[in-house]
Design a protein around this ligand. Structure first.
Ligand code: ADP
Length: 185
């Protein structure tokens, strides 16, 4: 099972990724989680990433790719993976292609979580994480529009994109994902 979860902040990618990774026994790889852990642990990665994350800006591609190369160097990725929050830019998507080629891993399927913007803002404000202030939420959605939405087209051209209605309740999205991908596990 190799899945890339694509969608705006607050789309519910992380929630679904956790459940499915557990069900399918594959690693859930969330760049957001990795960064938050590094920031909390004050590692060198964390110190470099903190200002970007706190301002709602993207962490530079080079830093993200260093994280992903390290993560894909671990053995558990051979079973498959669910990527959550990565890739987020075209440069990252191209770098991921190369990484998978080098590792001789087959290409994954991409799930696009389509959610209306009023639902997103409501969910993010409810979540109340430190980077979920009204100001950073606006900035994160703006960056998503500019830098991440081109990936929808990028993956559509490769015919590996499935769109899910992310406005639905958690359990219904889970059922849809299971119906779509259980056969691939
Ligand atoms: P959300 O989906 O709510 O934006 P994440 O946990 O995925 O939350 O990411 C939190 C923050 O971590 C982002 O706002 C960004 O600063 C940083 N980040 C996560 N993934 C990436 C990535 N692939 N490229 C650049 N920055 C990232």
């Amino acid at each position: 099972m190799r899945l890339i979860f694509l969608g705006p902040p607050g789309a519910g990618k992380g929630t679904q990724a956790k459940v499915l990774a557990n069900q399918w026994q594959v690693p859930h790889i969330s760049t957001g989680d990795i960064l938050r852990e590094a920031i909390q642990g004050k590692t060198s990665l964390g110190i470099q990433a903190a200002t970007y994350v706190e301002a709602g800006e993207l962490v530079p591609d080079l830093l993200i790719m260093a994280i992903m190369r390290e993560r894909f160097g671990r053995e558990d990725v051979e079973k498959g993976w669910i990527l959550d929050g990565f890739p987020r830019t075209l440069a990252q998507a191209n770098a991921l292609d190369q990484l998978l080629q080098i590792m001789r891993q087959p290409y994954g399927k991409v799930v696009y979580f389509d959610v209306s913007s009023d639902v997103l803002v409501k969910r993010l404000l409810q979540r109340g994480r430190v980077d979920d202030t009204q100001e950073t939420i606006g900035r994160r959605l703006e960056i998503y529009q500019e830098q991440t939405t081109p990936l929808i087209d990028f993956y559509q051209r490769r015919h590996c994109l499935k769109t899910i209605d992310g406005n639905l309740p958690i359990s219904q999205i889970n059922q849809k994902l299971e119906a779509l991908f259980s056969a691939l596990v």
